[in-house]
Ligand binder design. Structure first.
Ligand code: 5GP
Length: 193
């Protein structure tokens, strides 16, 4: 078992409807030691790939993305979910159904922050049905930039996102892949990697 799988076992809580709560170290309180290890592991797994920028989606992807971007010394761009009055730039827009919020989110990135030809590494906390990752890929494509890889801390392998993205040829790296979870016994089973 790797460091993240161990942390999920000790601190994660399983809720009905297939939701894993990791508020104690990733989604609410952020454990810096775990974050450093996550960033190091992504850097190792995407070794050899040139990365100009890291792209994520607010809010929970930002912490992971920032830790990793610090190692590459590149900017982080995060897709926003709500247009505010001061977001007057032209935007690349897409939409993603949120598995946890049970609603469609319109997401956008202002055009100046993604440029044609840039090599983009997409990072997020979870991969479930692949809605968030697909919307980010759509935005990268609109900018005529290139997705060099997709890194997620926790993939829920019982949902279809990882399979779809890998079948499309994307280099997907998930540090912990959950095969199944049992709400009653609070047990998590991981896929061997
Ligand atoms: P997807 O877009 O791949 O269907 O779902 C990924 C997004 O939904 C992530 O950005 C994450 O915020 C959220 N998500 C999906 N499943 C879970 C889960 O089991 N636990 C938590 N905490 N977030 C999840």
């Amino acid at each position: 078992m790797n460091f993240l799988e161990e942390k999920i076992i000790t601190d994660g809580k399983i809720f009905d409807e297939n939701i894993l709560k990791v508020d104690g170290f990733l989604n609410h309180q952020i454990d810096m030691d775990i974050m450093r290890q996550i960033a190091c592991e992504f850097k190792r797994r995407f070794k050899g790939d040139h990365v100009d920028k890291i792209l994520t989606i607010e809010a929970s992807g930002i912490a992971v993305a920032v830790m990793l971007a610090n190692m590459y010394d590149v900017p982080v761009v995060f897709a926003k979910k709500n247009a505010t009055v001061n977001s007057t730039d032209d935007k690349y827009m897409s939409e993603a159904y949120s598995f946890t919020q049970k609603k469609m989110n319109n997401i956008f990135v202002s055009k100046p922050y993604l440029k044609e030809g840039e090599c983009i590494l997409i990072i997020d906390d979870f991969l479930a049905d692949g809605q968030a990752a697909s919307a980010l890929i759509d935005i990268v494509n609109q900018a005529k930039a290139k997705v060099v890889g997709i890194g997620v801390a926790i993939e829920k392998g019982q949902q279809k996102g990882g399979k779809i993205l890998r079948e499309k040829g994307f280099h997907v790296e998930s540090l912990a892949i959950i095969d199944s979870m049992n709400t009653e016994t609070q047990t998590v089973f991981f896929r061997r990697q």
